[in-house]
Design a protein around this ligand. Structure first.
Ligand SMILES: NC(=O)c1ccc[n+]([C@@H]2O[C@H](COP(=O)([O-])OP(=O)(O)OC[C@H]3O[C@@H](n4cnc5c(N)ncnc54)[C@H](O)[C@@H]3O)[C@@H](O)[C@H]2O)c1
Length: 255
């Protein structure tokens, strides 16, 4: 099989959480352009529906699923819906996430819990639910969207809970990768640097300038900068890659 054929996702089925907008939307679009049928999963049902309709124009099947990734019953239903519609689940990408900025001495317990619930527990429960199907199939690729903030203390924003949640995603992903490697299920993370999405839209000009000044490539990332990575990690082109964190940050973590 040629190398380009090994990147093809024709005939594969995928789900992407947080896919209504931002990075998740770009990753879902990339999987569809590579040939996969894709379920667009998001807590924002209306936006998930319109993104699914848009991606369908590429010529693949889509499903729009309204799911809150902090709710285990909804997660189970998400996986069941994909399997009953398309017969199997080959690729699961977990991009749903939230961020808040608060100095550590002021973080209330409820805010800590909210961040950890979506970013860490949500990603774990989605990986577990997708993994159960993939273990039975003896094949599958799970890609969790972490962050460079899982490895470095990003600045100038202060968000200890966000950093901790992403470090947790890196470590549980590596752990599951080791546990499930003998059974044909691969897990990897993509760690974006500062990327222009609705999540970062509120940033001040000063923050933006600081981020750009600290990025060797001298610009912020675009969601499209992450698309090659997700197709690579989802496809047979990465068949010997598991437990890896692919940092895509314009060189930010090099300095
Ligand atoms: N934008 C960045 O600079 C950046 C950098 C590193 C990592 N990330 C990570 O990338 C991922 C996507 O971020 P983004 O910038 O696209 O953010 P975004 O806010 O633009 O999109 C996040 C999506 O997740 C959905 N979502 C939020 N909570 C959910 C829940 N409980 N259940 C289901 N869906 C939910 C939202 O509705 C939204 O559609 C996040 O995990 C984020 O932490 C972003």
């Amino acid at each position: 099989m040629s190398i380009l054929e090994r990147f093809s996702l024709v005939g594969r089925t995928a789900l992407v959480t947080g896919a209504a907008r931002g990075i998740g939307q770009a990753l879902a679009t990339a999987l569809a352009e590579a040939g996969a049928d894709v379920a667009i999963v998001d807590v924002n049902a209306a936006l998930a529906e319109s993104t699914a309709n848009e991606i369908q124009q590429i010529g693949v099947k889509t499903l729009a699923l309204s799911v809150d990734v902090t709710d285990v019953a909804q997660i189970k239903k998400m996986v069941t819906s994909v399997v009953s519609a398309w017969g199997r689940l080959d690729i699961a990408v977990h991009s749903a996430g939230i961020a808040r900025r608060t100095p550590s001495e002021e973080i209330e317990e409820a805010e800590w819990d909210a961040i950890l619930d979506v970013n860490l527990k949500g990603a774990f429960l989605c990986s577990q639910a997708a993994g159960r199907v993939m273990l039975a199939q003896k094949r599958g690729s799970i890609i969790n969207v972490a962050s460079m903030s899982g490895q470095i203390v990003n600045r100038p924003q202060r968000h200890a809970h966000y950093n901790a949640s992403k470090a947790g995603v890196l470590q549980f992903t590596r752990t599951l990768a080791a546990e499930w490697a003998p059974h044909g299920v691969r897990l990897n993370t993509i760690s974006p640097g500062h990327t222009v999405t609705p999540m970062t839209a509120h940033a001040s000009d000063e923050d933006r300038s600081t981020w750009i000044a600290n990025t060797p490539m001298g610009r912020l990332g675009q969601p499209g900068d992450l698309q090659g990575a997700v197709v690579y990690l989802a496809s047979d082109a990465s068949s010997y890659v598991t437990g890896h964190d692919l940092v895509i940050d314009g060189g930010y973590t090099v300095w």
